[in-house]
Design a protein around this ligand. Structure first.
Ligand SMILES: Nc1ncnc2c1ncn2[C@@H]1O[C@H](COP(=O)(O)OP(=O)(O)OP(=O)(O)O)[C@@H](O)[C@H]1O
Length: 299
C-alpha cells in the first residue's frame, strides 16, 4: 500500500502571551492510500493541532508532513476537513444545498454541482432540507450538512475532528456506517480523530493511540476485524472487546508512563525558559524605549 500521508518527526509549539506551549512533541506515522485511521488520545493532547497541521492551516514548528510525496505548505487542493465545531464551518447566509455545493464552485458546472450536493445530502439523510438555512436546523443536522459537504467534494484525503460528537447515538451509528460505505465506494483515505474508543475500533483499519500533551504515538494498532462491520455483531465480537480493552490500557500508559512524564517535565522546563527569555527581551525593549525617550527629553 503506497503512503498517501507521511508525518515525520512532527512537533508544534504555540507561542502565547503567557509563554510557549508544546502541543505535539514528536509524531511520526504514515497513512496508506484507501486506509481509514483513527486517532485517539486524552483530552487536550494535541489531536486538533495535528489535524490543523496536516490540513495546512498552521505550519508546524518542527518536522515534515507530505501528501502524495509533496510537502504540505498551505491547504492542499484534494483534502477536505470536517471540524468538531459545525457552527463555524457552515455559511449562515447560504442554503444547505448551496453550502454543500460551495467547495465545488470552481471545479464543476452548475448541474453537476447540484447533482453531487443532492447525492451527498441523501447519503446523510437530509434530502428534504436543501432549501433551508443552517440556522433552521438542529445541531446534529448541521453537522450532517458539514459531513455532506466534505463527501460531495470527494477528497483524496478526508480529515475528521470528532465528527459525530454532537449527534445522538442512533444517528452516530448511521453516520459511522455511512462513512464506511462511502470510503469503500469512493476509495477515500480517512483520518478520524475521536474520543470514543469503541468508535475507533469500529471504524478503523488502524488506531493511533496518543499520549497526553505534548502528544507522541504510544501505539499504532492494526484492527484485525472483518472489513464488513455491523453495529451489533461486530461490537459483540471477542476481537472487538479485546481490542477495545487494549486501546483503553494504552491510553492509560500514555497518561502515566515514566517516559511521558519525563518528556512533559522537560517540556515544561523548556517552556519556562522561553517565557523567561521573552520577559527579559520585553524588559530590554522597554528599557531601550525609556532610554530613547530620556535622550529625546534631554536634547
Ligand atoms: N492557539 C493556541 N495557542 C496556545 N495553545 C493552544 C492553542 N491551540 C491549542 N493550544 C493548546 O495545545 C494543547 C492541545 O490542544 P488541541 O486542541 O490540539 O488538543 P485536543 O487533543 O484536540 O483537545 P480536545 O481533546 O479537548 O479536543 C492544549 O493544551 C491547548 O490548550
Amino acid at each position: 500500500m503506497t503512503a498517501m500521508l507521511e508525518v515525520a518527526d512532527l512537533g508544534h509549539t504555540y507561542q502565547a502571551k503567557d509563554g510557549a506551549h508544546t502541543a505535539i512533541a514528536d509524531l511520526s506515522f504514515t497513512v496508506g492510500t484507501g486506509e481509514l485511521v483513527c486517532v485517539v488520545g486524552p483530552s487536550g493532547c494535541g489531536k486538533s493541532t495535528l489535524l490543523r497541521t496536516i490540513s495546512g492551516l498552521i505550519r508546524p514548528t518542527r518536522g515534515e508532513i507530505s501528501l502524495h510525496g509533496n510537502e504540505v505548505r498551505g491547504v492542499p487542493e484534494d483534502l477536505a476537513v470536517v471540524f468538531q465545531d459545525y457552527s463555524r464551518s457552515l455559511f449562515p447566509w447560504l442554503t444547505v444545498q448551496k453550502n454543500v455545493e460551495f467547495p465545488l464552485r470552481r471545479t464543476l458546472g452548475r448541474a453537476e454541482r447540484r447533482a453531487r450536493a443532492a447525492e451527498a445530502l441523501e447519503w446523510v439523510g437530509l434530502s428534504d432540507v436543501g432549501r433551508k438555512y443552517p440556522w433552521q436546523l438542529s445541531g446534529g443536522m448541521q453537522q450532517r450538512v458539514a459531513i455532506a459537504r466534505a463527501l460531495a467534494y470527494r477528497p483524496a484525503l478526508l480529515l475528521m475532528d470528532e465528527p459525530f460528537a454532537s449527534v445522538d447515538a442512533q444517528t452516530r451509528f448511521e453516520l459511522e456506517d455511512l462513512l464506511l460505505k462511502v470510503r469503500t465506494e469512493q476509495d477515500t483515505t480517512v483520518l478520524v480523530v475521536t474520543h470514543d474508543i469503541d468508535e475507533s475500533v469500529y471504524l478503523g483499519d488502524r488506531i493511533l493511540v496518543l499520549s497526553t500533551s505534548p502528544a507522541s504515538v504510544v501505539a499504532d494498532l492494526k484492527v484485525e476485524l472483518p472489513a464488513q462491520r455491523d453495529q451489533i455483531t461486530t461490537r459483540e465480537s471477542e476481537a472487538f472487546v479485546a481490542l477495545r480493552a487494549e486501546v483503553a490500557r494504552l491510553l492509560n500508559v500514555g497518561k502515566t508512563s515514566e517516559e511521558v512524564k519525563a518528556r512533559r517535565k522537560a517540556n515544561e522546563q523548556q517552556a519556562a525558559k522561553w517565557a523567561e527569555a521573552e520577559r527579559a527581551e520585553a524588559e530590554r525593549g522597554d528599557a531601550s524605549r525609556v532610554d530613547a525617550a530620556e535622550e529625546r527629553a534631554t536634547t
